[in-house]
Design a protein around this ligand. Sequence first.
Ligand code: C5P
Length: 232
Amino acid sequence: MINDSKIVVALDFPTEAAALELTAKLSPEECKLKVGKELFTRAGRGIVEKLVADGFDLFLDLKYHDIPNTVAHACAAAADLGVWMVNVHASGGRKMMEAAAEIFAKRGESPLLIAVTVLTSMDQSDLTEIGLEIDPAQQVSRLATLAQSSGMDGVVCSPLEIELLRNELNRDFKLITPGIRPAGSATGDQKRVMTPADAVKMGSDWLVIGRPITQAPDPVAALHSINSSLKN
Ligand code: C5P
């Protein structure tokens, strides 16, 4: 890990140029970065390699979900890019997660391996429709426990799930939380939000923050303000 900032800036941009215009103003000492499916599909591995070469800790958020062999080798390919964190869907099951964890164990130094539990866009009726007659919180807890016992380093979760998961999982199991909004900022399409300071107080290890920084009139000032709210 290159820096101890808890902020992971989500680079949700449609073009490489727009993403690099922002990252040119950011310092690897002050934040980490997240590249997701849109930017990766448009810009490819080149942007990942560039940002890693620029010194950033990079979370490659591609949420792998496939047969164990395919996911394990995709994770190894991500590790070869030098990323700091990579993720898979816990609903791919124990064998899939263990295959990814095993391939990392054989490599020695590897990225953090994180699982996604239930997408926060899914509610009870969405789960029922795919055949899961279970309360979303129970499913989050079941998949997080499975992720931990399958060798994952942590999970992505809503800040409102931190308390539930901290009670059930080891203290060193990492919790990465999107859905973060500094007091007074627009919530956009995020329905269940928490401030950065509250999420850290509850036990979040890293905060994924997009629009409150990327769409701010002064993104660097917005990042500084969040970083200092965490120091107080
Ligand atoms: O702009 P905003 O701060 O809402 O961005 C949050 C980021 O976290 C986006 O990249 C989004 O895809 C991601 N994310 C999320 N909720 C999840 C998982 C990921 O908002 N459950």
